[in-house]
Design a protein around this ligand. Structure first.
Ligand code: SF4
Length: 356
């Protein structure tokens, strides 16, 4: 019997978790883990002393209103075709969304990969094709590949509106926030595939906290929680890779090399979290011609925190979606007021779908 349907194993691990007596706060950084936890009811199995909080690992949720506003500004130009992943078009900027711009005639096309956007640029040589490049280390390699491809094809009508983010700096920001006070981390599984489990060693080495890299099955998450509690109980600070069937210690070296060829580390603004030093990726000088900011003279400035939506506090684990007055009333997946309600990885969206 493999561990995925070993009921005895699950029961023993759950027993171990429920017997844990200390008050602890564990964060699952990634939105896919949040969905898996709520979907499988793991959050309801936990005793009150174990708080499981959701982190800033949903790319749509951390994209600022200012970024959406700039994308809309570009979409309103006759010469521009905007290409984007599907969920982003529903996110509301300061006043409206790309979906509304599309309804008003903007040429906004949903693509499943930036390579598809390069193809759109090839087929429309008289138009400027802008890809909305958001996401984490998971999507950065394929976006880097699109730049390599555009370079190879000598395209001068393809560019990126960049808001790519990386995990280490935002995790450090959460660790240093005394109000959040995290005792252990479930590291983002998809990002770990690229960066490797070693990419999270700093959590243990620099901050004496335990962390696990975990998969997304119910057993994966229960094992991760049990291992974290065991480490907390024994005062062990280590990063354990429990997802070794997919994640290597060193990560995907080819993908890392591709990112390093095209991008360099820069500061980035996160919705609700503000500007975080060294938490983003910008194009290297040699590829600056593919940067929509340069091409269209755009400034992606600091964004004031949205006072109606509590996504900022939710992304730091300071609030739950249930603490927001708009949850399931003024704000629903069909009429989202904030980005956490838009994406399937968004904490508010997950809680809405599985609310009782
Ligand atoms: Fe923002 Fe809506 Fe979530 Fe409230 S329920 S925090 S308004 S996304």
């Amino acid at each position: 019997m493999n561990r995925f349907n070993d009921v005895t194993l699950v029961k023993n691990l759950v027993k171990q978790i429920r017997e844990f007596e200390q008050e602890v706060k564990i964060i699952e950084v990634c939105g896919t883990h949040t969905r898996a936890i709520v979907e499988s009811g793991i959050n309801q199995l936990l005793p009150d002393n174990i708080a499981l909080i959701s982190g800033p690992g949903c790319p749509i949720c951390v994209t600022t209103q200012g970024y959406i506003d700039k994308a809309i500004e570009l979409a309103n130009r006759d010469e521009v075709i905007i290409t984007t992943f599907a969920d982003l078009i529903k996110v509301v900027g300061t006043n409206n969304s790309l979906k509304q711009s599309k309804a008003l005639g903007g040429d906004i096309r949903v693509v499943s990969s930036p390579l598809e956007a390069v193809k759109v640029a090839q087929e429309n040589p008289n138009q400027e094709v802008v890809f909305l490049a958001i996401g984490f280390e998971t999507t950065a390699p394929i976006i880097a590949l699109s730049i390599m491809e555009a370079d190879r094809l000598k395209l001068d009508n393809y560019s990126l509106l960049l808001s790519l983010k990386t995990m280490p700096a935002v995790i450090e920001e959460l660790i240093l926030d005394k109000e959040v006070a995290i005792d252990g981390f479930i590291c983002p599984g998809h990002v770990s595939v690229i960066t490797g489990a070693k990419g999270f060693d700093f959590i243990a080495n620099n901050y004496n906290l335990p962390a696990v890299v975990a998969g997304f099955e119910r057993v994966d998450i229960i094992m991760a929680l049990a291992r974290l509690l065991q480490m907390i109980d024994n005062g062990i600070s280590r990063v354990d890779n429990l997802y070794s069937r997919v994640v290597k210690a060193e990560g995907n070296l080819k993908a890392i090399a591709m990112m390093e060829d095209i991008f360099e580390v820069e500061d980035s603004t996160w919705r609700g979290l503000g500007r975080i030093q060294g938490s983003g990726l910008g194009l290297k000088k040699g590829y600056a011609r593919f940067d929509a900011k340069n091409k269209f003279q755009i400034k992606l400035g600091y964004q004031e925190q949205d006072l109606i939506c509590s996504c900022g506090d939710i992304l730091k684990g300071k609030k739950s979606p249930l603490d927001c007055d708009l949850f399931a009333k003024g704000c629903t997946p069909l009429n989202p007021k904030g980005p956490c309600m838009v994406s399937e990885e968004g904490c508010c969206n997950v809680y809405y779908e599985y609310r009782r």
